[in-house]
Design a protein around this ligand. Structure first.
Ligand code: 1HN
Length: 345
């Protein structure tokens, strides 16, 4: 691919004339926006060990009362995107949120989609669109675009969860805003039980739900059991992995980001091909090694890391006796809708 003309090759008076009229020549920047063969991602491979951030998050609880924070969060920022831009990747926002016993994070709704993966503690809940969703380690709770949500805590110890949002994308689109609300009356609890068995869905008098988000809470106990059942029933399967879906349609549970849970069998080494989407790994149980060319992260429980797109990744369970469990988030659903999703090799 041959070199194109540079800005400096142009006479200064011509450049000034362009600038005055808000015009820019394409050719000096063409290779930067269309690099050959593969993108040059700003997203860096980064790991955020939980034991490093936990004391700082608890300290935020001492330093700042809820009234002053609304949501008490430390953002997991990728330095490749600039620490102040709240980006783990081009499309994904990650944050660790702390709620102390008796605290309440007020009701609001916004255009970005969120999920929370519960990291530690018992007794907190998120109320989403009137459904009270209890939070236990490993539970995934959706707070999709436009739905009211608030967090409360009836327990006795700090509760921490990982927030994943498509905020960077929605913000980039100039479509990000919030509406504040009043405490929601609780109208439902345990609605996820209606979708506990794969293959059947509620159909009262043969009418199926058309709700965009029929399932808001995915209890870890059920997802873990599904992984174990998959391993038992299909021992030769390439990866013991399940996707978080809309149980009415089988589609990804949200439109922009996709979520899955993965079990690595004892001693398993899982080589994943390079995919165009960026991927986040969060360790739910045990310890896995996430290795890419030139870098490896040894995840301990509750650690979170990010791998840029177009990067082959090898996951290893170092234990010869115990399975390990990971939660993943990626922007494959968005890329598939846009027609740019690729698997290489
Ligand atoms: C949000 O609504 C929550 O509801 C957490 O807990 C983090 C980060 C950016 C924008 C909205 C929450 C958020 C957020």
């Amino acid at each position: 691919m041959h070199e194109l003309g540079r800005l400096e090759d142009l006479p200064q008076d011509y450049r000034d004339a362009l600038t005055e009229r808000n015009l820019v020549p394409l050719w000096p920047s063409l290779r930067a926006v269309l690099p050959p063969h593969a993108p040059r991602p700003r997203t860096q491979p980064i790991c955020w060990p939980y034991q490093d951030l936990r004391p700082l998050l608890l300290q935020a609880g001492e330093l700042t009362p809820m009234e002053k924070v609304e949501r008490r969060v430390l953002v997991l920022a990728n330095p490749g995107h600039g620490l102040t831009n709240m980006q783990a990747s081009a499309t994904m926002y990650l944050g660790m949120q702390l709620l102390l016993p008796g605290e309440w994070a007020p009701s609001h709704r916004h255009t970005p989609n969120a999920v929370r993966m519960v990291v530690e503690g018992e007794g907190a809940y998120t109320t989403v669109d009137g459904e009270k969703c209890p939070m236990s380690r490993g539970d995934l709770i959706l707070t999709p675009t436009g739905l009211w949500h608030e967090h409360g805590h009836d327990g006795t110890a700090p509760v921490v969860w990982l927030d994943v949002l498509d905020l960077p994308l929605i913000y980039y689109m100039e479509a990000s805003y919030v509406t504040e609300g009043k405490p929601q009356p609780v109208t439902a609890q345990g609605a996820d039980a209606a979708y506990q068995r794969g293959g059947v869905v509620p159909s009262p008098v043969f009418v199926r739900s058309h709700a965009h988000f029929p399932m808001l809470r995915y209890p870890w106990a059920d997802v873990r059991a599904a992984l174990q059942a998959l391993d038992r029933s299909q021992p030769g399967i390439a990866a013991v992995q399940v996707a978080y879906i809309n149980p009415e349609t089988g589609a990804d549970c949200q439109k922009v980001l996709g979520y899955s849970a993965l079990m690595l069998r004892p001693g398993e080494i899982l080589a994943l091909p390079a995919r165009s989407c960026a991927t986040v790994y969060h360790q739910i149980e045990g310890g896995a090694r996430v290795a890419i060319e030139g870098t490896a992260f040894d995840l301990a429980e509750a650690d979170t890391c990010c791998v840029p797109g177009y990067t082959a990744t090898t996951l290893t369970n170092a234990s010869a006796t115990e399975p390990v469990y990971l939660f993943t988030a990626d922007d494959a659903p968005l890329q598939k809708k846009l027609g740019v999703y690729e698997v290489r090799g």
